[in-house]
Design a binder for this molecule. Structure first.
Ligand code: DGL
Length: 273
């Protein structure tokens, strides 16, 4: 039995969709979640900047004694995963490989769409992974800069969100994809809108579920799992305003977050590299 917590990080609260799936699958594990709300959003930022932020946070979590780090942010995983894997002593699981794998297994016509932030589309990691698994698959990426701000707004399910989803889905429908990778932590929050716009014939693949599966298997295979009979405890940390994190976070997780601790950016920068 390994009592160390699992570390999870994201640019803000979006990674709570990944944490949610982890809590469902591994209710006996302890988790530390860090949301970099002060520097949200990552999506429009250059990849080297995101890489630096992700490196600081992963180093900080490792210094807190976690047994595994989950990069619960598609932009951070796209920009930084190989570097993080080289630098960290503990295993690190990103959100992109499990999703790419699921999409390749799911597609029947080998035409896959990708909806994601600009950074994730620019990094091109989904295309690399999908083509490693099946070189004959065609991937159609669409950057969706309006979706994260709309999902975080006071009207996440409003007409503007529906209109934006329709706009971003149009080229994928045109390309006759039968599977769409939702390559951003925020998109599970508008799952019904996405499913209605794409219709039943298109399978939506979400990173949260696939990543939780990967984390469970990794802990079990490495002998890192905690006692299955216990109930896990959770800590929430943010670089931003803890009250704001709690308000948005409770909407994402649908769970009372309790005390949210503040971490200064300077503490992250001081973490061992
Ligand atoms: N967490 C980011 C992602 O999954 C979305 C929010 C942001 O742009 O920082 O790509």
């Amino acid at each position: 039995m390994d009592p160390r917590p699992v570390g999870v990080f994201d640019s803000g609260t979006g990674g709570l969709t990944v944490l949610h799936e982890c809590l469902v699958t591994m209710p006996h594990e302890d988790f530390i979640y860090l949301g970099d709300l002060a520097r949200l959003p990552y999506g429009p930022r250059p990849l080297d900047e995101i890489r630096r932020y992700a490196g600081e946070i992963a180093g900080y979590l490792e210094a807190q004694g976690v047994k595994l780090v989950v990069a619960a942010c598609n932009a951070a995983t796209s920009a930084a995963l190989p570097e993080l894997q080289e630098r960290l002593e503990v295993p690190i699981v990103g959100v992109i490989t499990p999703e790419a794998h699921a999409a390749v297994q799911t597609t029947r016509n080998r035409r896959i769409g990708l909806l994601a932030t600009q950074a994730t589309v620019t990094a091109g990691r989904y295309a690399e992974l999908v083509h490693t698994l099946d070189a004959g698959v065609r991937l159609f990426p669409v950057a969706c800069p309006r979706l994260v701000p709309l999902i975080e707004s006071d009207e996440p399910f409003g007409a503007e969100t529906v209109e934006a989803v329709r706009e971003y889905a149009a080229p994928l429908k045109e390309a006759r994809v039968d599977t769409v990778i939702l390559g951003c932590t925020h998109y599970p929050l508008i799952r019904p809108i996405l499913q209605r716009v794409f219709g039943r014939g298109v399978t939506l693949v979400f990173s949260a579920e696939e990543t939780a599966r990967e984390v469970t298997e990794t802990l079990e295979r490495k002998g890192f799992a905690n006692d299955p009979g216990r109930e896990g405890v959770y800590r929430f940390l943010t670089t931003g305003d803890p009250e704001r994190f709690r308000t948005i976070g409770e909407r994402f997780l649908q769970l009372p977050l309790g005390e949210v601790e503040h971490v200064a950016i300077a503490e992250l920068e001081a973490a061992p590299a």
